[in-house]
Design a protein around this ligand. Structure first.
Ligand code: FES
Length: 85
């Protein structure tokens, strides 16, 4: 399914870009801009952003891994001294 009609970006391309970014850096915050950049494109009208974000959120590898402290989710920051779980 095409998500961004200006740039012709399909949902599977968004998921692939997110999977690639997550594999390269488990702690990175993935934004729409980073996905566009990974695909070698830039946003134009921005009309696709709600569907673009929804597609990103539905990707299993989108969230940063978290643990729970005092009842709140806390990101697991690998490589940060003293914060590695
Ligand atoms: S539809 Fe995605 S930038 Fe226009």
């Amino acid at each position: 399914m095409i998500v961004c009609h200006c740039m012709g970006i399909a949902d599977h391309e968004i998921r692939s870009a997110i999977d690639w970014m997550r594999a390269a850096d488990p702690d990175t915050i993935i934004t729409p801009r980073k996905v566009y950049r990974a695909l070698g494109k830039t946003a134009d009208c921005g009309g696709c952003l709600p569907l673009f974000l929804d597609t990103m959120r539905r990707c299993d590898s989108f969230p940063v891994a978290t643990t729970e402290r005092a009842g709140f989710p806390v990101p697991i920051l690998r490589g940060v001294k003293g914060r590695t779980e």
